[in-house]
Structure formats: structure tokens, C-alpha cells
Design a protein around this ligand. Structure first.
Ligand SMILES: Cc1cc2nc3c(=O)[nH]c(=O)nc-3n(C[C@H](O)[C@H](O)[C@H](O)COP(=O)(O)OP(=O)(O)OC[C@H]3O[C@@H](n4cnc5c(N)ncnc54)[C@H](O)[C@@H]3O)c2cc1C
Length: 509
């Protein structure tokens, strides 16, 4: 039931992934009676059409929307993702996995990695990957959903998806329109502010139509049509820590077995991605314009690809950083308009999901309590800052100094929070995590170890176990993982059985 004070009209500006994720979630949670939801987008402007790798939290979004996962994968040409392989990041020729899920088993309330650290420092055990089911399954091209098998690592499989970004927006558009969201096609040319308080009164299309609302969601992409161009909210620039400011994307056909993980390969400056989908492979190169020209970037990307491109290069440009307020007056920026951190850990779509969840948590009435807005903004800022720090870690903790780009990264000053985190880990392998941080201990562990941040010690209570018992337990954990992996089918067989895209079935005939 609504009251006079309820929000009655919401206008979402933009129909990229952010706009349609917001529209879909609002249509599900608010229903079609609470208020009117209108989304306006311009086909002439288009979307970034990237954003194809996700993290496991997206499953929560799918559950809230009651999405049938197999149907969703079929319709988006999706595949599964068990983690990211980082190639050449520590040094050329080296690679490590940042897997989803757990690594090893905690014992006697002490995190597993402390036991591993002791044995590893003695040179007695293999690297961390050997204790991660996700890493082992990923490298062998295997995938299965979690099995109901008690203590088996097979019951703890954690996964995300790769999918076609354009098909994903289309999928969510169908979902939202079926639940009453009204889509309008048109270019917004003006934003009218109220004289009394500077709130947004309406947006105006090039045909002269005025769209009024109580709440505006700015999903207009990097430019921030409402939040920045109209409300002049301000932007905090983080590019001195993350100097990559461009990307070029080009898909190609797959020539190799489809493996359930993203590959990120460090280049002389920046890095390339490889994201396997059912119908194609997504490739991209994220680079710093200070060190690499656009023509060079295309050449580097093409050289890294396994087959000829099947589309023209899609160039993207940005300034890394965060909008000073994600929510300003009656406008909430969601997606690229709220800020951007490069896609190294596939956090863009998660930040959209998280902003939607926060906004639903602080959902306003007509009065717009400033306390709610402030709390939303400070939570968003903490979340983005911690993601930023995690991404910086990949650049800062490296042995590479072979190019001016890597020399800059290795020697740059980093945020104090990150320095403290690395110092704490270097001392005795301890990992501290603040409330509101996205990445968990496993993620920090995998990337710190993978990037060569190595502790001098380990948790002293590990010594409660005798040397013999320590080695026995570690060997047991590894053998359980090795055995469990053999029970997992190949990803391709799993997809063929449950969620093969219709177009792929036709190709087989
Ligand atoms: C290179 C790169 C790689 C990425 N990879 C990943 C990844 O692997 N995983 C991940 O989670 N995230 C990734 N991201 C982030 C992800 O792509 C974005 O978060 C996501 O696509 C959301 O974009 P958006 O909807 O905010 O903006 P856009 O896609 O730019 O959409 C903006 C919308 O606003 C509309 N619009 C703009 N101006 C007007 C106007 N005047 N009038 C009407 N409509 C207008 C446009 O038509 C469009 O519909 C990546 C981003 C980049 C740049």
C-alpha cells in the first residue's frame, strides 16, 4: 500500500547493463503497483557492450529475481567461471589462480593457510592452487554445481558466469518489461532542476517530451548525464594508482576447449583478458594511454587472440575513480556513472548489484532524509575504496620492472590501508578484513601469495600440531581435492546437458 509520501514515479536514464539490472530488480521488489518505473535509453548512443565476467555474488541477484539459471545461461550464451588465472603478473612465465570458494580447510579455528605457510616455508608442499578445488577443476576444464555431499569439497563449489553483455541486457529488459517497466527510446538533451532545492524536476528528450519523477536513477554511463552534467557532484580521480585508462575489445571464434575461468595476461603496459562464451571468445586489452597508442593496442590485442576478430575494435575510455556522492539530492548514480575501477577482478556488475541492494535498503520517501543519503554514500565509498585497494595490489606487488609502466607501478605510493594489509601479511600471514569489504580472506590470500607477497612467519599456534601430523593433514586435504576433481564432468559436457544455447544446438545439426 502506498501513502501520499511514497515515491510514485521513478525514471531510469540509460539502458545498459546498469539500467536494466536496476529496472529488473525494482520491478521484482517494488511490484507493479507501488510506483511507475520508466527507463529511457538511446539506441543511437548505444552501450559500452562489455562486462562479460562476473563474481559469485551475482547468484544472489539471480535468486532475488527468481531467474532460472539454465535458461539465463542459454539466453546469454553463458559459461561458468571458477576464478581468474593471472599470467605474467608477478614475472614473465609465472601464473597463478585467484579461485572462487575456499582454499584448504581451517583447522582448530586457525585459517588453513597458516598450516600451509609453515610447510611451504620448509619447502615441503606444493603451491596453494593444489589445495583449491576450484583451481584444479578450472585448469582441467571441469565444472559442476555444488553437490549435496556433506563435508566433501564438492558441496562447496562456488561459481560465477561469463556471458554476452548485450544478450544479458536484453534478457533483463524482457524480464523488466514483463513486470511493468515502460521503456522509452529517445535522447535526453536537457535536465530541468527545481528552483527551490536544486532537485531534478524532469529530463527532456530531443522530441521535447518532459519526463517527471520523484526519484531519478542515472545509468547513463561514464558521462553521468544527471549526477555530473546536471548536478555537478564532483569526481575523485584515482588514476595515479590505476593508470590504465583505455580498453579495446574484439571478439573472436574459439579454437580451444572452453575452460571455466577468465585469463588475465599482463603485457608490457596493462593487460589483456580472455573470456570464453558458448558462441565466441571475448578479448580485450586494458592499457594506459600514456604508454600505449590506440593503434598499438589493437596490434597487441590481435596478436594475443587465438583467431581472427569477428567484429571491429570497440574502444573505451575512462578516468578511474569515484563520484564524490553516488546519491545526490533525488538522483542515484548506478553503474559507470557512479565511478569506475578497471575490470581486472570483474567488479563492475557487482557494484551495480550492490548499489541496487543499498538503494533498496535506504529506499526513500518523498522527503529524502539526508541521513539515509549520507549513510548510502559512505557505504558505497568504503566498498569502492576497498575494491580499489585490492586491484592496486596486483600492480604494486610485482617483481616486474622490465618496462617504464611496471617500474611506475612497482614504485608508486599506495593507499595506507593497502600498505598496512600487505605489511600485516608479510609479518605472520595474517589477513585483516574491514566490514563492507567485497573480497574475502581467500581472495586476498590468493592474490598476495600469487603476486609474491610472502610472510616471514605464520600463526604460532600451528606449532600445536606435530610436524608429522601437519604433513599428514596437508597431504590428506590435497588427496581429497585430487580425488574430488576426477568426479567433476567437463564443463562442455555439463553445458551440453543442461544449458546449451539454442543457436549452438542448431550449429551442431
Ligand atoms: C573495458 C571494460 C571491461 C569491463 N569488463 C567487465 C567485466 O568483465 N565484468 C564486470 O562486472 N564489469 C565489467 N565492466 C563494467 C561493466 O561493463 C559496466 O559496469 C556495465 O556495462 C554498466 O554500464 P552502464 O550501464 O553503466 O553504462 P553503458 O553501457 O554506457 O550504458 C549507458 C546507457 O545510457 C544511455 N544514454 C547515455 N546518454 C544518454 C542520453 N543523452 N539520452 C538517453 N540515453 C542515454 C545509453 O544509450 C546507454 O543505454 C567493464 C567495463 C569496461 C569499460
Amino acid at each position: 500500500m502506498t501513502t501520499n509520501n511514497s515515491i510514485k514515479n521513478i525514471v531510469i536514464v540509460g539502458g545498459g547493463t546498469a539500467g536494466w539490472m536496476t529496472a529488473a530488480a525494482f520491478s521484482k521488489v517494488l511490484g507493479d503497483q507501488y510506483c511507475n518505473i520508466t527507463l529511457i535509453e538511446s539506441d543511437a548512443i548505444g552501450t559500452v557492450s562489455v562486462g562479460e565476467a562476473t563474481i559469485p555474488q551475482i547468484q544472489l541477484f539471480n535468486r532475488i529475481l527468481d531467474i532460472d539459471e539454465n535458461e539465463f545461461i542459454k539466453q546469454t550464451q553463458g559459461t561458468f567461471k571458477l576464478g581468474i588465472e593471472f599470467v605474467d603478473w608477478l614475472r614473465k612465465g609465472h601464473s597463478y589462480m585467484h579461485p572462487f570458494g575456499t582454499i584448504g580447510n581451517d583447522m582448530d579455528a586457525i585459517p588453513f593457510h597458516h598450516y600451509w605457510l609453515k610447510a611451504h616455508q620448509q619447502g615441503k608442499v606444493p603451491n596453494l592452487d593444489s589445495y583449491s578445488l576450484a583451481s584444479q577443476a578450472a585448469r582441467q576444464g571441469r565444472f559442476v554445481r555444488p553437490q549435496n555431499m556433506g563435508n566433501s569439497p564438492l558441496s562447496q563449489i562456488t561459481y560465477a558466469f561469463h556471458f554476452d553483455a548485450t544478450l544479458y541486457a536484453q534478457f533483463l529488459r524482457n524480464y523488466a518489461e514483463q513486470r511493468g517497466v515502460v521503456r522509452k527510446e529517445g535522447k535526453i538533451v536537457d535536465v530541468v532542476l527545481r528552483h527551490s532545492d536544486g532537485f531534478i524536476d524532469s529530463v527532456v528528450t530531443e522530441k521535447g517530451e518532459h519526463l517527471n519523477a520523484d526519484l531519478f536513477i542515472d545509468c547513463s554511463g561514464f558521462k553521468g548525464l544527471l549526477i555530473e552534467q546536471a548536478l555537478e557532484t564532483g569526481f575523485e580521480d584515482w588514476s595515479h594508482w590505476l593508470p590504465c585508462d583505455r580498453a579495446v575489445a574484439m571478439p573472436c571464434m574459439a579454437t580451444k576447449e572452453s575452460l571455466p575461468y577468465t585469463i588475465s595476461t599482463a603485457r608490457d603496459a596493462g593487460w589483456t583478458w580472455r573470456i570464453p562464451l558458448q558462441h565466441r571468445v571475448g578479448n580485450g586489452y586494458v592499457y594506459p594511454s600514456k604508454f600505449v597508442s590506440d593503434d598499438e593496442a589493437v596490434a597487441i590485442l590481435r596478436k594475443s587472440m587465438e583467431s581472427e576478430p569477428i567484429a571491429e575494435p570497440n574502444f573505451l575510455r575512462w578516468t578511474t575513480g569515484i563520484r564524490k556522492k553516488g546519491w545526490n539530492k533525488n538522483c542515484v548514480a548506478i553503474g559507470l556513472s557512479a565511478g569506475f575501477i578497471e575490470p581486472l577482478e570483474s567488479t563492475g556488475l557487482h557494484l551495480i548489484q550492490s548499489a541496487i541492494a543499498k538503494l533498496l535498503g535506504f529506499f526513500p520517501s518523498q522527503g529524502f532524509a539526508q541521513e539515509d543519503i549520507d549513510a548510502y554514500n559512505s557505504q558505497l565509498t568504503v566498498e569502492m575504496e576497498r575494491i580499489r585497494d585490492f586491484i592496486i595490489l596486483h600492480y604494486k606487488a610485482t617483481e616486474r620492472e622490465d618496462t617504464p609502466f611496471w617500474q611506475y607501478c612497482k614504485h608508486m605510493e599506495v593507499p595506507e590501508y593497502l600498505t598496512k594489509k600487505m605489511d600485516l601479511y608479510r609479518a605472520n600471514g595474517r589477513i585483516y578484513r574491514q566490514d563492507g569489504e567485497l573480497f574475502n580472506e581467500t581472495s586476498w590470500l590468493a592474490v598476495m601469495q600469487g603476486q609474491g607477497v610472502t610472510p616471514a612467519g605464520y600463526h604460532p599456534l600451528v606449532d600445536v600440531l606435530s610436524q608429522q601430523e601437519l604433513e599428514r593433514r596437508l597431504m590428506h586435504i590435497k588427496s581429497v581435492i585430487d580425488k574430488s576433481v576426477t568426479l567433476i564432468p567437463k564443463q562442455q559436457d555439463f553445458i551440453d546437458k543442461y544449458c546449451k544455447a539454442e543457436s549452438m544446438k542448431k550449429e551442431m545439426v
